[in-house]
Design a protein around this ligand. Sequence first.
Ligand SMILES: Cc1cc2nc3c(=O)[nH]c(=O)nc-3n(C[C@H](O)[C@H](O)[C@H](O)COP(=O)(O)OP(=O)(O)OC[C@H]3O[C@@H](n4cnc5c(N)ncnc54)[C@H](O)[C@@H]3O)c2cc1C
Length: 399
Amino acid sequence: MTHIAVVGAGMVGLASALNLADAGYDVTVLDRKGVAAGASWGNAGFICPSMTFPLSAPGEWKNGFDAVTNRDAPLALPQPFNPKLWKFLTTFTLQMTEKKFKRAVDELAPDLKDSIASFERLKDFGVEGKFNHSDFTVGLGSEAELHHFIEETGINRDAGVPSVVETFDPREKPYFTDLVTHGAIVKDQAYIDPPAFVQSIADAAQKLGVKIVTDAEIVTGHVGADAVGLVDAQGRSYSFDGVVIAAGAWSDELLRKLHGKSATIGMAAGRGYSFTAQVDPEYLPTTPVYLPTTRVVFTPYRGGVRVGGTMEFLDPDAPLRPERIESMKRVASKYMKGIDLENTTDHWVGPRPVSPTGPPKIEALSPRSFVAAGHGMWGIAHGPRAGEQIAQIVKRTLK
Ligand SMILES: Cc1cc2nc3c(=O)[nH]c(=O)nc-3n(C[C@H](O)[C@H](O)[C@H](O)COP(=O)(O)OP(=O)(O)OC[C@H]3O[C@@H](n4cnc5c(N)ncnc54)[C@H](O)[C@@H]3O)c2cc1C
């Protein structure tokens, strides 16, 4: 039986493992820590095709100035003089033309159209995680913001992504403060509890025979004509017939070691933060809530809410910076009522694998090595489809 290693037990790696096992491969997942040890743990769990856009939209460069002048800006650049980061930011900013943005929207559209269905297909593999179909509630601070939001969702509609948006009076929602003056409901989206859902993919994969090896940080390796050798930080050597690199924001380091610099994606770790809070039942949102201007989100989570936000370009393993959590709390208290911000738990930071041009890299690097990484803001929503895509590529390529 052909033996394949998947490096990374996040959403993308586990969905890849599941599809590869279903295709008849003997699969071993290697993770430096364990299941959902990276960005797949503390994210917001939004699967919202109607309002998913490439990050490098025209005009977004203004956020760079905001990052310097406003401590509560969604974007933070705590290490502004890092040359690698500047290279990334230059390529990233050059994408912000109407033409390139439109091209990225069109490229993303097939993934968006399929994202909810791809979660449904996971059930065929025995994935039992709860998948919540839901409308999304959007809170805005002016009529201009509302128009901008509706215009944005129209971009996806033009690209063929179903996108139904209705307006409502935010006073109907008990949880918004008076600063939310306009509201929109985005119909027919979905959300998950990310740690529980990703664990349910790991469980289903193991039932299909996938082995998951934890504490196995791959530090080097060699892709040969007949086999792939990998070595972990403890000096253990592994031999496989093929390898899929799905190590999220850490993937470039491995790609460089296995194939040299030309195989890297040029990603930056776009670190985001989250925490859990209890909510007075009177003010508990029953749908995910999004505040586009501040980019802070609230997902119903285990009886309370998970509050998520921030885009901070910094080393993926740098320690959590408590000031970012405090900033999100200030935003939450300004726009939302009833959230207990004194007794928050699960303070978390994780790295989004942000590619400089927008789309992820899902392809063969050689007849025995493959990459599925760089999903940026949307690796949860697109992880199941990425798993299907990489399994098809492996089937076509690995003889
Ligand atoms: C605050 C926040 C909110 C978000 N909200 C959403 C959302 O609502 N919807 C959405 O779709 N996306 C969201 N995202 C983005 C999403 O979390 C990521 O795109 C997605 O989790 C990436 O999955 P992945 O499997 O590629 O990477 P990861 O989940 O980071 O997994 C990579 C794995 O590789 C392992 N690894 C790394 N290096 C090695 C090595 N050398 N050897 C072995 N193992 C290694 C890591 O331990 C990790 O487990 C959010 C992200 C953040 C930070």
